[in-house]
Design a protein around this ligand. Structure first.
Ligand code: BGC
Length: 539
């Protein structure tokens, strides 16, 4: 049963990208006061929590995923007092607040790194991963940065290489050093004491590296490249045996959990990028003594064919066991789902049934700002691109700006986001889908999403039940049974663009209404029009 303490189990978390949510001070960049002014809207969606992408002091080379002070708010977003006001208002509205902890690496502008790079003997000398070159001067091993090139950068002051899994300006911490581990836990405690309800843990399996610095092996010939990357990135050519997902991480996550447990009702969701993410999810979230949840990429980059969905669920069941996934269709790193899955004749129908799918699975759910509006990916021209990942790879990979453009609150030129031209352009194609336009149109997707989320929160079996798959003699349909405290609920989803029929079984007791989808049940024969879902109580 979901209680106020385990609200996160089966909860819906609304992800806010603060730079692009709402600009209250008119500088073209979103801020905390802007977010607070829109919390009533967020609460109206029926979600349980918000997750804020990083708001900490940062040189912003990776837009906040490069932190230079873990215990302060970047002035561009506001102050600690603004953040406290945001927490208080969220709690008044019944929303939990989760923040993004980026502790695998810091910004190179962090005073700890400034100190560490001075020489080999300073008190922070061992806080980052430093290594001598090979005798020929080249980097210590073959590890690669996800953002391109070697993961090692030469530092001409310290005369050593340092490790960076992402940008050169994001040096990796040395988690083998107990002082580093303690410093990060202390910083997290700072926010827990202020009242936050949980953390999204950025790149949670990257904390430790192998101290032997062994070369990673290549992906064996004939085996799939399993490391997710948005294009043919050489990072995917290796099996990441030595640079991430090291066994020592489990002990650290246990220490973190012990601290979290001192703050009842708080939670963690870890982002796991790994060759074998489900295996890692099982390790990190089972047993109730490490992470609460792990974020899954399963529906972020592959087409949702019925066979693919069945495979994901089967693997999840077999590998993850009692672990707890957190599902998502979109986030600040991937192309917006409406565009990613292609157009259909009714552009809004697919996003809704896809949302119904993840709201029907065992696990929690993240909804990315603007997903409730069915926003398509914005087309950001090259001269406006900001993402350091996208600039060198444009136009093959245009970076992540297309999903990060300002939220469209109304159809005015700047989308009601700001009074000046924002840091990324407002997408003209998105304006007709603005919040104000959709609020005024009773048939708009926003109302359907709201209805679906509220309806689902009233179904304990969907929030908390165990999941099994059901055969309904039509492979185009996805059919699931969720079971909770003796109640069994059947879910049938038509993710295709054609009407489908199936025999659903004799055990249907009551067809459930109120979710907003349409279907016809004739005896045991179900007809589901394109992109519709069916829910029923079973005997
Ligand atoms: C975040 C990215 C970020 C990277 C480095 C991620 O997985 O979601 O936005 O660039 O970590 O911190």
């Amino acid at each position: 049963m979901t209680t106020s303490l385990n609200w996160w189990k089966g909860g819906v978390i609304y992800q806010i990208y603060p730079r692009s949510f709402m600009d209250a001070n008119g500088d073209g960049i979103g801020d905390l006061a802007g977010i607070t002014s829109k919390l009533d809207y967020v609460a109206s969606l029926g979600v349980d929590a918000i997750w804020l992408s990083p708001i900490f002091t940062s040189p912003m080379k990776d837009f906040g995923y490069d932190v230079s002070d873990y215990c302060d708010i970047d002035p561009m977003f506001g102050t600690l007092a603004d953040f406290k006001a945001l927490i208080d208002r969220s709690h008044e509205l019944g929303l939990k607040v989760m923040i993004d902890q980026v502790i695998s690496h810091s910004a190179d502008a962090h005073p700890w790194f400034e100190e560490s790079r001075q020489d080999k003997t300073n008190p922070k000398a061992d806080w980052y991963v430093w290594s001598d070159p090979k005798p020929d001067g080249s980097p210590p091993n073959n590890w690669l940065s996800i953002f391109g090139g070697s993961a090692w950068k030469w530092d001409s002051r310290r005369l050593q290489y340092y490790l960076h899994n992402f940008l050169e300006s994001q040096p990796d911490f040395n988690f083998h050093n107990p002082d580093v581990r303690k410093a990060h836990l202390d910083n997290m405690r700072f926010w827990l004491d202020m009242g936050v309800d949980g953390f999204r843990l950025d790149t949670v399996n990257f904390y430790f590296h192998s101290e032997g610095l062994e070369d990673n092996p290549p992906v064996p010939a004939g085996e799939p490249k399993t490391m997710g990357a948005p294009h043919d990135n050489p990072y995917t050519y290796q099996r990441h045996v030595y640079d991430l997902s090291r066994p020592e991480n489990l002990d650290f996550l246990k220490d973190m959990r012990a601290m979290m447990d001192e703050y009842p009702g708080t939670t963690t969701v870890g982002e796991i990028g790994d060759d074998f993410p489900l295996k890692r999810m099982a390790e990190y979230t089972s047993g109730g003594d490490k992470l609460h949840m792990a974020y899954t990429f399963d529906f972020l980059n592959k087409p949702h064919t019925p066979d693919y969905i069945r495979d994901v669920l089967k693997n999840m069941q077999e590998i993850v066991g009692d672990g707890w996934p957190c599902w998502a269709l979109s986030n600040h790193d991937v192309e917006r789902s409406r565009t990613r899955w292609g157009a259909n004749e009714d552009g809004e129908a697919y996003p809704l049934v896809a949302l119904a799918l993840i709201l029907s699975l065992r696990g929690s759910v993240c909804l990315y700002q603007g997903e409730e509006l069915g926003l398509p990916e914005a087309d950001v021209p090259f001269e406006r691109i900001q993402d350091p990942y996208g600039i060198p790879l444009w136009p093959v990979f245009k970076g992540r700006d297309g999903c990060r453009t300002p939220m469209v609150w109304d159809k005015s030129l700047l989308g009601g986001f700001s009074t000046v031209e924002p840091w990324l352009p407002v997408s003209k194609e998105q304006l007709p889908l603005s919040v104000a336009e959709q609020e005024a149109n009773p048939d708009a997707l926003l109302h359907k999403v709201r209805q679906l989320i509220h309806w689902r929160q009233q179904q304990p079996a969907l929030v908390n039940g165990e999941l099994s798959q059901r055969d309904v003699n039509n492979a185009q349909l996805v059919a699931l049974v969720r079971e909770y405290q003796g109640e069994r609920l059947l879910v049938v989803l038509n993710m295709t663009g054609e009407s489908q029929q199936a025999t659903v079984g004799a055990d249907i007791m009551t067809e459930l209404q109120g979710h907003g989808f349409v279907s016809t049940l004739n005896g045991q024969t179900l007809t589901l029009p394109a992109y519709q879902a069916f829910f029923a109580k079973l005997s």
